[in-house]
Design a protein around this ligand. Structure first.
Ligand code: AMP
Length: 302
């Protein structure tokens, strides 16, 4: 099944305790598309400026990523700058230059309209719905959002959520969206807004999923080297949905495997700046690390 993704394609400038990367490839749609393309064909919808050249596009070439929906506008590409704390658990946004992203009106190429799976990356909830309106009959719609929209356009976020089956957000966003501190209560409130499944990303503490058939948790893989957490959430979403789309399976068991595959992909993302580790990754490496997750979480019955 093919996956349509809409989101940011960006230049990122990132400082972490292990170094600094200046104007490297980033953006939610970039991380998502590369991760998902290991499993399923991806149709990318986004916008870049005139400063985004063939060298950057090379990251997407030679993969199952269709670029017809990546528009090039006059102006500069979206630029985000962030700095991480020493423990890598929090980050400050130093600057967000929207540039061409400010005028982004997603146009879905005719060839993308029959995409079976849709991932609405973190953009204005009004634009998320406009994208959805241009897709014929998606079998599965998943979505991300952030505090900026939860506070800035709460009614629009709610309207979008009515059309979504899976919401992927972090723990802080889940609390703010629901007004509940406790994540179990937060999940109940959010699932009543529309999405049957809620996937809560908790950084180095892993992922909690709440679905029709109860909840599921997995830790993040304990890694000796974490260079840059940027994009881990989007890479998780790409692995999660790419894998789900590739199996075509539904139900709790399929969702659980997809959570582990998303966590597997995110564990590679954080090992290097930008998309660098994802770009050298191979399928055997992915499968070996999935098995590490099995070993990490296996225990005997009482
Ligand atoms: P994550 O670490 O998964 O939350 O995603 C980080 C990516 O989000 C970076 O590569 C940024 O380019 C991108 N990003 C940061 N702020 C925004 C924003 N306001 N809208 C869209 N994308 C953003």
């Amino acid at each position: 099944m093919s996956i349509l993704v809409v989101g940011s394609v960006a230049y990122d400038t990132v400082e972490t305790p292990l170094g600094r990367a200046e104007r490297v490839l980033g953006g939610s749609a970039s991380f998502f598309a590369v991760a998902a393309s290991f499993f399923s064909p991806v149709n990318l919808v986004g916008v870049v400026g005139q400063d985004f050249g063939e060298a950057q596009l090379a990251a997407f070439r030679g993969r199952s990523i269709d670029l017809e929906g990546l528009e090039r506008m006059d102006g500069k590409t979206f630029h985000w700058q962030g700095r991480y704390s020493l423990d890598l658990n929090s980050r400050d946004t130093i600057s967000t230059d929207l540039n061409v992203f400010e005028f982004f009106e997603p146009k879905i190429p005719a060839r993308y309209r029959d995409s079976e799976v849709v991932f609405l990356g973190n953009i204005d909830p009004v634009l998320q719905r406009r994208v959805l309106a241009q897709v014929d009959r998606p079998r599965l719609v998943a979505c991300d959002t952030m505090n900026f929209w939860i506070h800035g356009k709460p009614a629009e976020v709610r309207e979008t959520l009515k059309k979504v089956q899976i919401l992927l957000i972090n723990d802080q966003e889940a609390r703010e969206l629901s007004g509940e501190w406790n994540l179990v209560k937060a999940a109940r409130a959010i699932r009543a807004m529309g999405p049957g499944a809620l996937v809560v990303k908790k950084g180095e503490h892993g992922v909690l999923m709440f679905g029709e058939e109860g909840s599921f948790a997995t830790p993040a893989l304990p890694l000796e080297l974490v260079v840059d957490p940027t994009g881990a959430g989007d890479t998780f979403a790409g692995g999660f949905l790419g894998f789900l789309a590739s199996t075509g399976q539904e139900g709790d068991a399929a969702l659980r495997r997809a959570v582990v595959m998303g966590s597997t992909m995110a564990s590679f993302c954080v090992e290097a700046f930008s998309l660098d580790r994802l770009l050298t990754l191979t399928r055997p490496e992915i499968d070996a690390r999935y098995r590490e997750f099995e070993r990490l979480t296996r225990f005997e019955k009482l």
